[in-house]
Design a protein around this ligand. Structure first.
Ligand code: SAM
Ligand code: SF4
Length: 472
């Protein structure tokens, strides 16, 4: 048999958040050590992994419909004499465990997010005809046990990278499954994070996004023997040669401490874009959600952050139709959005999750009411987003060029404010930061022209996008 035919192929489909994207990469790295090469074509895979999300009901249901399609493919492969192994990983695996294999017998392997380091051993069990289910919360650090990506693997992934620094959550918002699927808050040690960041920068990564379900709760013993929070960690990461841009997500308002806010003012590498979910603008709903802050606390916090970094662009998550949400409480959320002025936001209808306190309530909001609220909220956010993007038109901004564009002769990059920009330029610029004069506004991206040695780029101030300007 030719060498190419002997290779085992793994197809990984990632659902949900960026932490799953990072985990999928680490699993692919672990499997590479076991002889697996990644493939984008599910039909040629020997191993199919669905790295799943359980955050809302729809996200979990998508997994079961995908498993239906994979069953047909697996049966066809078996008729042709080829064994295909199917695994479910991520939060659905953690939440449902053996139930997945009962509901979808096509599944050979169920592995929760804390057990990925055991994948190679579990696959041996499956190859020997045993179904493998592992959903333990391993206390040992999964990241220490997973092999690091090679320089070539990192290069192939591009000039931006994710790095998970914190997992799990102790906040127990009453709507959320994360504390149950990802477990208690655990911070990775500072030394391991800095070493991984250096390795990524050495392989050509220019922009690093630190990840955690509650990333700004990260804390640990610093390399100087003192106790650090995320602020201190960012100061150290800003010193890593080659890392021009730093970001972090997702933050809880209660964990934005002084050092972190100061870092936004002090560190040019820390990009002026912050995802700071508030969920609702009504105090009674925030209390029922167990968010542990009120709407005014959040507004004061955004003022302090803007005082440190006036051009910072803010984004948020919103849930509409949390049980018991009245019309007036929804209007309070709309007012908060108008006051803050967001550059972007994600919004969702409340989805009851089994095992969470809010799912037991008997005052669910009607579906039609939720739909109407979601539509209005999204229209307001879309108008704010357009107004914010319009601020860039006619100005010069720094763009990190990341990948070829969809049109020939075009490359794509991002501004410090996370806006996608399409520019006519050669692919040799990928991995560099260039000045771009923004001359157009599309639906999903800005358009620009290389601006050569233009003067310093100008800051976009989200506060400019006032409610009056953005009213739909
Ligand atoms: N840790 C982050 C925080 O504190 O906001 C967010 C984590 S969660 C993965 C991402 C978003 O999903 C949440 O901010 C929330 O808006 C949404 N979400 C979580 N549970 C939900 C539910 N049961 N129904 C609707 N949306 C939900
Ligand atoms: Fe879920 Fe975020 Fe609340 Fe934690 S802080 S319970 S992850 S919404």
């Amino acid at each position: 048999m030719a060498a190419a035919e002997e290779k085992k192929r793994v197809f990984v489909k990632t659902y949900g958040c960026q932490m799953n994207v990072y985990d999928s990469e680490r699993m692919t790295d672990a499997l590479a050590a076991d002889g697996y090469v990644p493939t984008q074509k599910v039909e040629e895979a020997d191993l199919v992994l669905l790295n799943t999300c359980h955050i809302r009901e729809k996200a979990a249901e998508k997994v079961y419909s995908e498993l239906g399609r994979i069953r047909v493919m697996k049966e066809e492969a078996a008729r042709a004499g080829r064994q295909v192994m199917v695994g479910v990983t991520g939060c659905v695996a953690q939440a449902e465990g053996a139930e997945i294999a009962r509901r979808a017998p096509v599944v050979d392997l169920v592995v929760g997010p804390q057990s990925y380091q055991h994948l190679p051993r579990l696959l041996k069990d499956v190859a020997a005809g045993r179904r493998a289910i592992e959903t333990e919360f391993a206390i040992a650090e999964k990241f220490d046990a997973l092999p690091a990506a090679t320089k070539a693997q990192t290069r192939a992934r591009g000039v931006t990278a994710f790095l998970t620094i914190q997992e799990g959550c102790d906040k127990f918002c009453t709507f959320c499954v994360v504390p149950y699927t990802r477990g208690a808050e655990v911070s990775r040690p500072a030394g391991a994070i800095i070493e991984e960041a250096r390795r990524l920068a050495d392989a050509g990564v220019r922009e690093l996004t630190l990840l955690g379900q509650n990333v700004n709760a990260w804390h640990g013993d610093g390399t100087d023997g003192r106790s650090w929070g995320l602020g201190e960690l960012l100061y150290r990461l800003a010193e890593v040669p080659g890392l021009d841009r730093l970001r972090y997500t997702t933050s809880h308002p209660r964990d934005m401490d002084e050092a972190l806010i100061a870092a936004h003012g002090d560190l040019p590498a820390l990009m002026p874009y912050l995802h700071l979910p508030v969920q609702s603008g009504a105090d009674r709903i925030l209390a029922a959600m167990n968010r542990k802050h009120g709407a005014d606390d959040y507004l004061r916090l955004t003022d302090r952050i803007r005082a440190a970094r006036p051009d910072i662009a803010l984004s948020s998550d919103f849930i509409v139709g949390f049980p018991g949400e009245s019309d007036a409480e929804f209007e309070a959320t709309m007012r908060l959005i108008e006051t803050v002025g967001y550059a972007a936001a994600y919004s969702f209808k409340y989805s009851p999750r089994p095992g969470t306190p809010a799912a037991l309530r008997d005052d669910m909001v009607e579906e039609a009411v939720m739909s109407e609220r979601l539509q209005r909220l999204q229209a307001l956010v879309a108008a704010q987003q357009t107004a914010f993007n319009r601020l860039a038109v006619g100005r010069v901004v720094d763009v990190l060029f990341e990948k070829p564009g969809r049109m020939a002769g075009q490359i794509m990059g991002r501004t410090p404010y996370l806006q996608a920009v399409a520019v006519e330029a050669g692919t040799e610029r990928i991995g560099t930061i260039g000045r771009v004069a923004i001359d157009g506004l599309g639906t999903n991206s800005l358009f620009g022209t290389l601006a050569g040695a233009q003067p310093r780029p100008e800051a976009l101030t989200a506060g400019n996008a006032t409610a009056a300007e953005t009213a739909p």
